[in-house]
Design a protein around this ligand. Structure first.
Ligand SMILES: C[S@@+](CC[C@H](N)C(=O)[O-])C[C@H]1O[C@@H](n2cnc3c(N)ncnc32)[C@H](O)[C@@H]1O
Length: 218
């Protein structure tokens, strides 16, 4: 078996078998483009100011910049994009929405810090594995803070070590977007994202802004 194929199969069987240092997995920009398209169709508006608070190499930030949002980008490590900032430390205040794909093991911490950081009525959008919906401890969390929307993909999306989407092709995880609106109490609406992008959503309309080498849409 080819070495490359073997390593992506290993990840498919056990996603923890070769975890990237500090849980850096870049999100394929297509995943965010698909969400933005669905939000637009559903009339859900996100704030013009967005904080990508675990930005990695900027795969999500660049999509947002390209779509005209004012994006603040930071990460605990310098990955060559955004400011160096530990989102989980200290007290943050932000007047806008927060959107990221956080390290899954820290998802609850990012949720808590995100909600604390936001102003009432603003949104927290987290790209998470579908398993985040389950567990006894999160039962209490969801009772207190129901997400306003959960957007499920109808096709599997790709996250890749070091942003190398060509190398790790196995689509092993079922990702979703959890969207909280600070202060929202009510039912959670479950929505499905269409499997394919509309032609006009496909970048790069501005390659100089995107600047992503391996982010080929698949
Ligand atoms: C799964 S990667 C996602 C990167 C990027 N959001 C994307 O979607 O391409 C998670 C990122 O969270 C960063 N991270 C981990 N702990 C952090 C913290 N306390 N504050 C800010 N960033 C953190 C990691 O360095 C890593 O780049």
């Amino acid at each position: 078996m080819k070495k490359e194929m073997k390593s992506s199969l290993m990840l498919a069987v056990n996603p923890n078998s070769k975890r990237q240092k500090e849980d850096f997995y870049a999100t394929n920009p297509k995943a965010l483009l698909l969400l933005l398209e669905s939000l637009k169709e559903d009339g859900i508006i996100i704030n013009k100011n967005i904080w990508e608070c675990a930005c990695g190499e900027g795969h999500l930030s660049k999509v947002l910049i390209n779509k005209g949002y004012n994006v603040k980008s930071s990460d605990i490590f310098n990955r060559g994009f955004g400011d160096v900032f530990d989102f989980l430390k200290g007290k943050n205040v932000y007047e806008g929405d927060i959107l990221t794909n956080p390290p899954f093991i820290l998802a609850e911490d990012f949720f808590k810090k995100g909600i604390e950081t936001l102003k009432k009525g603003n949104k927290l959008l987290l790209f998470l594995k579908v398993q985040f919906l389950e567990s006894e401890t999160r039962y209490k969390l969801f009772k207190k803070y129901p997400p306003k929307y959960v957007y499920l993909y109808s096709s599997r999306q790709q996250c890749s070590m070091d942003g190398d989407f060509k190398k790790y092709k196995a689509l092993t995880q079922f990702y979703t977007w959890f969207i909280w609106e600070k202060g929202y109490i009510g039912e959670t609406l479950l929505r499905w994202i269409k499997p394919k992008l509309k032609q006009e959503s496909i970048f790069p309309p501005k390659p100089e802004v995107m600047g992503i080498q391996n982010a080929k849409l698949i």
